[in-house]
Design a protein around this ligand. Structure first.
Ligand code: NAD
Length: 477
């Protein structure tokens, strides 16, 4: 059994979690420990005790540790990518791509550890010096979802450690394999002192709840659903802890009449359906101008018909299975809801049988939908996209912004005027012109607005905002 790592020891859990392959439900990827609340508290205590010493390591020592971790992750990209595809259902190419991203994130923050800087200000008082410095927050609680089982943990753990914080990390219950493998690399390749990094696999309601409520955890970074995020946020607010929430999306992609049709189809298909549509940045609302609408829908249907849905590890697979039975039911329920609301299912939405028993669903495209329908208001989180027909750019922009979410948005157009206007007036945290709404660089700030995100940005140099606290010092020499 793969154990938890608490206070420098590998420890068995209170319970065992079977990691099941969604491409083949007879394949058990592994057995993983499930901690209880007492073990979560022990991890928090260990991280709390270890933090002052870790903050005392030089920036170069912390940088070197992250660099060694990144090197091993990158060297093992094939093996870890295969594990990821097996447990989450992404294709092998997508799994390897995610592992590479995780490795590069560690390399990036190895550099950031050395670049942490402050400021010196002129005082309004004679002889006084003012300096503004950044210090570690303390213990960081990290809670992650199942859809990016190695990249999201990496982009939270790396900056936390880089800037002198210690970590208690709880991955999603559905996909503990990649998280466990990453944790094993972190403690061994990183050669971290006991307590600096702790892995606590287990249910969110127990382990996550301890992190959110413990006074020793100074900051919580959470990625997951909006409902859970708000619950975690309220618990943090109540005790005055810093919190960063990355949550759901209902991301619009506008296709204008002047778009390059072939490019627009690629942007829509890749953004809506790749990684089985299980991306917070997936373009689930396709807002299409009247003049291109029918040609666009027809071309997307043709493209979808040519995609191979199969076992994530099968040769030539374009789209793997849905992650779980519960998620599959949610996807199918939303397709039914859309049809009952008047939507026209023009492609997919069928359960498929393959050589192995898995959660296979053909990518679904629903046309003739309105922005007020549930399919366009609520996150489905599967290979399902709906089309909204519009008259012109102004209507498209208004509908794109008419959502409680605001993570990512996109437009396909050859008009410089509309592209520039959209970048300015889109109410999302990330705006894409002629590129998919999903798929971002690891060194650029990541995050949304409105119901999608709360707190400061993740990734790139912006990450320091969350993982450090500002101290202003006044000195009269
Ligand atoms: P989820 O909210 O069910 O779970 C997320 C994490 O929270 C898991 O580790 C879970 O165990 C934990 N958790 C559950 N209950 C908890 C509690 N009471 N206290 C503390 N922690 C608790 O989400 P999920 O199903 O794993 O992930 C899918 C969701 O994640 C989607 O809504 C998707 O949009 C979102 N997501 C957002 C981003 C982003 O950056 N905005 C990225 C990826 C995924």
């Amino acid at each position: 059994m793969n154990k938890n790592y608490i206070g420098g020891e590998w420890v068995a859990g209170a319970d065992v979690n079977l990691n099941i392959n969604p491409s083949d439900t007879n394949d058990v990827v592994g057995e993983y420990a499930r901690a209880d609340a007492a073990q979560a508290h022990a991890a928090v205590d260990a991280a709390f005790d270890a933090q002052p010493a870790w903050a005392g390591f030089t920036a170069e020592q912390r940088s070197d540790a992250l660099d060694r971790i990144g090197t091993e992750v990158l060297a093992r990209r094939e093996e870890l990518g295969r594990l990821l595809a097996r447990e989450e259902g992404k294709t092998l190419a997508e799994g390897i791509g995610e592992v590479v991203r995780a490795g590069r994130v560690f390399k990036f923050f190895a550099g950031e550890a050395l670049r942490l800087s402050g400021e010196r200000l002129a005082s309004i008082r004679p002889g006084v010096e003012v300096d503004v410095r950044r210090e570690p927050e303390g213990v960081i609680g990290i809670i992650t979802p199942w859809n990016f089982p190695i990249a999201i943990p990496a982009w939270k753990i790396a900056p936390a450690l880089a800037f002198g914080n210690t970590v208690v990390f709880k991955p999603a219950d559905l996909v503990p394999g990649s998280a466990w493998a990453l944790a094993e690399i972190i403690v061994r390749a990183g050669a971290l002192p006991a307590g600096v990094f702790n892995l606590v696999m287990g249910p969110g309601s127990k382990v996550g709840d301890v992190f959110a409520k413990s006074r020793k955890v100074r900051a919580i970074t959470f990625t997951g659903s909006t409902g859970t995020g708000r619950q975690v946020g309220l618990a943090c607010m109540e005790r005055g802890a810093k919190v960063q929430l990355e949550m759901g999306g209902k991301n619009p992609l506008i296709i204008l009449d002047d778009a390059d049709l072939e490019q627009a189809v690629e942007v829509a298909v890749s953004g809506s359906y790749f990684s089985t549509g299980q991306r917070c940045t997936a373009s689930s609302r396709l807002i299409v101008q009247d003049g291109i609408h029918d040609r666009f829908v027809e071309a997307v249907v043709q493209r979808l018909a040519a995609l191979k849905v199969d076992n994530a590890l099968a040769e030539g697979c374009d789209i793997g299975p849905v992650v779980s039975q519960a998620q599959l039911k949610q996807d199918c329920d939303y397709i039914d809801i859309a049809r009952h609301e008047g939507g026209n299912l023009v492609f997919g939405g069928e359960l498929l049988e393959r050589a192995t028993d898995g959660f296979y669903l053909s990518p679904a495209l629903i046309t003739e939908t309105g922005n007020d329908m549930r399919i366009n208001r609520e996150e489905v989180f599967g290979p399902v996209a709906s089309v909204i027909r519009v008259r012109d750019y102004d209507e498209a922009l208004a509908l794109a912004n008419d959502t409680e979410f605001g993570l990512s948005s996109g437009i396909c157009t050859t008009s410089l005027k509309h592209a520039c206007d959209f970048k300015q007036r889109s109410a999302a945290g990330m705006v894409m012109v002629n590129v998919a709404t999903a798929g971002v660089d690891y060194h650029a700030p990541f995050g949304g607005r409105k119901g999608s995100s709360y707190g400061s940005r993740e990734q790139g140099s912006y990450a320091r905002e969350f993982y450090t606290g500002v101290k202003t010092a006044y000195t009269l020499a």
